[in-house]
Design a protein around this ligand. Structure first.
Ligand code: PLP
Length: 394
């Protein structure tokens, strides 16, 4: 008998469904605060100038597209390391090795498949989190144990993470957002990272750190503080990195997985599992975007241009956050905490009905959770958003 018909209908991705709703709305002043891409003050998501220049160079100079292997472009993987792990010790004395992956998602998929293969059975993760964290764990048969990421005061809930780590069992690992927490925008302070690093080390938990927005929060170095702090405290860790936001490469799928181990002689054996899992999944990562990143990082002028473009992105998001924060109490919600949050996202405590009213009455679209993409706001539409929020929540 034909069995494909056994497959059940799966829910559509809520954010992709939201794009369709937005597109179908005829109002000229509608606002899209849904999908997670950066937008300029004109509402565009342009290709970085530094990437355009690198792509031109790639077209002119690349003489082969022959296979590279499951690890991808190792020049790209190595060139990123000083930015992630610090210029002083980019490989922690030979303890870190990486491989290229299709985006941060590919990296997370490999990291979680590796921990599963290593015998871990449960992942501790703050809630809410990026939905794909749970989805990948479920698909791999890893249990998830959730703790509250933030409290009602809009600050990280330190008691919750303390309790989660204290309650950890053998076979647990912990998945943390390195910066620009998605969806809340609520990041740990440096002092909180210091404590968390100690907690994880003491509990002998394996950390998996998801760094998908380096440079979009407070700066390239500042956004790496937590990751680096954890790495000096623990013997082993996995790092899932994405270049899709900080190089604007979204659909080109650029990321890397790094493993840090205590004994450098074990690195080859451990990473051979990443290679072998990649081989069984996508075989080899797509080359183009990673090659463009490598060309940017190999060229001082292009590197400076990239960092400058990234600074402009971050400054714009900080300006939007400052305007929302200055509006303070608006109707029934307080926008002040948005100013101290980082990255593309914040959660505004709209009720589900209010989310619908923002859409139907004002043409302002964002996720049902109240997560807004702050980069969707511009000088042209931010007052509309504030007024609509006041009206709908008042
Ligand atoms: N991790 C988090 C927290 C994210 O928000 C995202 C993207 O939205 C990713 C990882 C993966 O990004 P990508 O696979 O597009 O590189």
């Amino acid at each position: 008998p034909a069995m494909l018909s056994n497959l059940q209908q799966q829910p559509a991705d809520a954010l992709l469904a939201l794009i369709k709703l937005f597109d179908a709305d005829p109002r000229a002043d509608k606002i899209d605060l849904g999908v997670g891409v950066y937008r300029t003050g004109q509402g565009d998501t342009p290709v970085f100038g530094a990437i355009k220049a690198a792509e031109r160079k790639l077209v002119a100079e690349q003489d082969s597209k022959a296979y590279l292997g499951p690890e991808g472009d190792m020049g790209f993987v190595t060139a990123l390391m000083p930015y992630i792990f610090g210029k002083a010790s980019p490989d922690m004395g030979g303890r870190i090795e990486g491989m290229q992956t299709p985006g941060g998602t590919g990296s997370l998929r490999l990291a979680l498949a590796m921990v599963k293969r290593a015998g871990y059975s449960r992942v501790i993760v703050g809630k809410p989190s990026w939905p794909n964290h749970n989805q990948i764990c479920a698909d791999l048969g890893l249990a998830v144990s959730e703790f509250n990421h933030a409290g009602a005061d809009g600050k990280p809930d330190m008691d919750a993470i303390r309790a989660a780590v204290a309650g950890a069992a053998e076979g647990d690992c912990i998945l943390l957002h390195g910066c620009c927490h998605n969806p809340t925008g609520i990041d740990y302070s440096n002092a909180q990272w210091d404590e968390i690093a100690g907690l994880i080390a003491e509990a002998k938990l394996l950390p998996i750190i998801d760094l998908a927005y380096q440079g979009l929060g407070l700066g390239m170095e500042e956004d790496a503080y937590g990751l680096r702090r954890v790495l000096v405290a623990v013997p082993e860790a996995l790092i899932a990195y994405s270049c899709d936001k900080n190089f604007g490469l979204y659909r080109d799928r650029v990321g890397a997985l790094y493993a840090m181990v205590s004994d450098p002689t074990e690195l080859g054996r451990i990473m051979s599992n990443g290679h072998n899992l990649a081989r069984a999944s996508w075989s080899q990562p797509p080359d183009h975007g990673a090659a463009a990143v490598r060309l940017v990082l190999e060229d001082e002028t292009l590197t400076a241009q990239w960092l400058d473009e990234l600074d402009q992105m971050r400054d714009r998001m900080r300006q939007v956050r400052a305007i929302l924060a200055a509006a303070g109490k608006v109707g029934g919600v307080d926008l002040a905490p948005v100013g101290g949050q980082n990255g593309l996202f914040s959660i505004i405590p709209f009720t589900p009905d209010q989310v619908q009213e923002m859409r139907s009455r004002h043409g302002i679209y964002f996720a049902g959770s109240g997560r807004i993409n702050v980069a969707g706001l511009t000088t042209a539409n931010i007052q509309n958003f504030i007024d609509a929020t006041a009206e709908v929540t008042g």
